[in-house]
Ligand binder design. Structure first.
Ligand code: ADP
Length: 633
């Protein structure tokens, strides 16, 4: 450390989340040490972007006086690596905020939930984004010297920490604007004290970075002997990746760029890079990650694209360019139509934004469509990670409803598995002759759906039913009314009519039985009174004596549960009791002359049906008394 005059020196403790992060990181990333360079170069490049952006409104800060870039050097005797940039720098407050805390809310909770095994999983810690703190993978102490743009030489800041519980911060002199990060290497980090090793790693991680990255190299004479002098050698192309021609960019470069943009450690699943001219003039580079971020369902989850205007970085997380149901999409948009002084407020209701948003939405849906078509396995892994989010689509985006519907995957009675891999197109292609509806069932869980008594006649008629058991499904089905011109039909609704699949003889027989049972139905009705909306016979059951259904336009069970779970008062669901006249329990009931005993049978039928439908019943003791009395008899 340099011995410049110091003032205002203080020692501060890290926020407890930072301590946890540091601890986890050193334990999970030791086999992936070199990524500290990616993270630090990435931060330096961001700092250059931010400086250019700030200079748009305050030209004093940067007038193109020096080329913005990153310089890397090492000192084998002192055991240090230094990463320097001349970007935006940080003030004392910035340093305390950025290098002492983790701003993301929910972090503490996230850490507290990690299991022993998970803490060793580098993917997990990786998706969290370790950023600057990754320096401690190779360093047992780190010094940061930084001077913010527009701040006086003697007002620079030095931060120092051993990465344990605390750090010191003091005011120092620093000649130039920007940030120097000095890593005091631990034993395991010493492999990086080598020119070729550093060059290798830097070129891997910085080729796509738009500012030049220089490495300090020893000068050699004609015979290859070191002269004792050093030179700065530019290691990367320093051309923003998205401005290059698609055909010139390798897959590896796209992947590395993704990691730079997102701080994700895992590789992206797919990406689409497009240059568009015409009504709108822009370039977009959109990625679908392979893993969902841990906070995707947090209310304040940050998402959106990096926004550039004419190649100048403007902001991170510009959420306006993607609908919320595609919030997992990462990447950037570089527009030539938006003004350089664009703010989040302006973006809100801006014509260009709207038309870009709609174009980018289509682009993503197309990318997913082709993934589904060309690589079913990858699509399945996408679905597992993001299917729940995509299911928000039909409600949010009327104009692309059919497209989104085509991307949805469900499980169905066609296969004996909870795996959601049936598309609606698959279903339609297997529809039976004369079938004009898509039959579906919503339930709390796959096993509840699969074993639902409502399925009995579908099984016997060989009709496929879509099984939905995610929380959101009932809500989704409020918006998804048809696909490919076929209406959806819930099989727990009273309007279900399968008579088209019955032959004349069957129909005739059912009619007769219905007549015979009219008086029984009336008896049940008068016993139950207001407790049900209606009672009737059904022929859709086999081994189940009775079920309850709801009217087509009444609220169903799952919807009521959804509202209750959200803390809203749900009106009582009005059930219709359907009894199976071919079931022994029902014929026994019909033969019961004693009204009191008849009532017990009804209690048992209704109680069972409610239990199967809701997983609960209003008055269990009434039900149990009835069961017990019947058993005693
Ligand atoms: P992230 O980059 O994911 O935000 P980091 O831990 O890497 O997280 O960095 C935290 C913050 O510290 C950054 O958002 C940035 O504001 C600041 N920072 C880090 N490195 C630099 C740098 N070289 N120059 C200016 N600011 C930096």
């Amino acid at each position: 450390m340099s011995e410049t005059a110091t003032t205002n020196k203080e020692t501060r403790g890290f926020q407890s989340e930072v301590k946890q992060l540091l601890h986890l990181m050193i334990h999970s990333l030791y086999s992936n040490k070199e990524i500290f360079l990616r993270e630090l170069i990435s931060n330096a490049s961001d700092a250059a972007d931010k400086l250019r952006f700030q200079a748009l409104s305050d030209p004093e800060l940067y007038q193109g006086d020096a080329d913005l870039g990153v310089k890397l050097s090492f000192d084998a005797e002192a055991n240090t690596i230094t990463v320097s940039d001349n970007g935006v720098g940080m003030t004392r407050d910035d340093v305390i905020e950025n290098l002492g805390t983790i701003a993301k809310s929910g972090t503490a909770e996230f850490f507290s939930k990690l299991s022993e095994q998970q803490t060793k999983d580098s993917q997990l810690i990786g998706q969290f984004g370790v950023g600057f703190y990754s320096a401690f993978i190779v360093a047992d102490a780190v010094t940061v010297r930084t001077r913010a743009a527009g701040v006086a030489t003697e007002e620079a800041v030095q931060w120092y920490s051993k990465g344990e519980g605390e750090y010191t911060i003091e005011t120092v002199d620093k000649e130039s604007r920007g940030t120097d990060i000095i890593l005091h290497l631990r034993e395991e980090g010493k492999e990086f004290l080598s020119e070729w090793r550093l060059r290798d790693v830097i070129s891997k991680y910085s080729d796509h970075i738009s500012i030049p990255v220089y490495l300090q190299v020893a000068e050699k004479d004609e015979e290859g002997k070191e002269t004792g002098k050093t030179n700065w050698e530019q290691v990367n192309k320093a051309q923003a990746l998205w401005t290059r021609n698609k055909s010139d960019v390798t897959d590896d470069e796209y992947k590395e760029f993704y990691k730079h943009v997102t701080h994700d450690f895992a590789e992206p699943l797919v990406w689409a890079h497009n240059r568009v001219e015409g009504k709108n003039d822009y370039t977009s580079l959109l990625y679908i990650p392979s893993k969902a971020p841990w906070d995707m369902f947090n209310r304040d989850h940050k998402h959106g694209l990096k926004l550039y205007v004419q190649r100048v970085f403007i902001m991170d997380d510009a959420a306006q360019f993607m609908p919320s149901y595609l919030r997992f999409v990462r990447g950037l948009i570089d527009s030539n139509d938006l003004p350089l002084n664009v703010s989040r407020e302006i973006l809100q209701d801006n014509k260009v934004t709207h038309s870009l948003r709609s174009a980018l939405t289509k682009r993503v849906l197309k990318m997913l469509e082709s993934l589904a078509k060309n690589d079913a396995e990858k699509y399945q892994s996408f679905w597992k990670e993001f299917g729940l989010v995509l299911k928000e689509g039909p409600a949010e985006d009327m104009s692309n409803k059919e497209k989104v519907a085509g991307l949805l995957r469900f499980s169905s009675t066609n296969e004996d598995s909870s795996e959601q891999n049936v598309s609606l197109a698959d279903y339609v292609s297997r529809m039976k002759e004369g079938q004009d509806k898509i039959y579906y069932l919503t339930a709390d869980s796959y096993s509840a759906a699969k074993n639902s008594p409502h399925l009995e006649q579908f099984k016997s008629k060989g009709l496929e039913v879509v099984l939905m058991y995610d929380r959101i499904d009932e809500w989704l089905m409020n918006y998804l009314t048809e696909f490919d011109g076929k209406q959806f039909q819930s099989i727990t609704k009273a309007g279900l009519d399968l008579s088209q699949f019955e032959d004349e003889q069957e129909k005739e027989k059912h009619k007769e039985t219905e007549e015979e049972f009219k008086s029984v139905v009336e008896r049940v009705k008068s016993y139950l009174g207001e407790r049900v909306k209606d009672v009737r016979t059904t022929f859709k059951l086999a081994s189940t004596p009775a079920v309850v259904v709801t009217d087509d336009f009444e609220m169903g069970t799952q919807m009521a549960k959804l509202l209750e779970a959200a803390g809203q008062a749900a009106p009582d669901v009005k059930y219709i009791l359907e009894i199976n006249p071919e079931h022994t329990m029902v014929t026994r009931m019909a033969d019961e002359p004693d009204e009191e005993a008849f009532g017990r049978w009804v209690e048992v039928l209704l109680g069972q049906a409610m239990l199967a439908e809701r997983g609960s019943m209003e008055d269990p003791s009434q039900f149990l008394t009835a069961v017990n009395q019947l058993l005693i008899k």
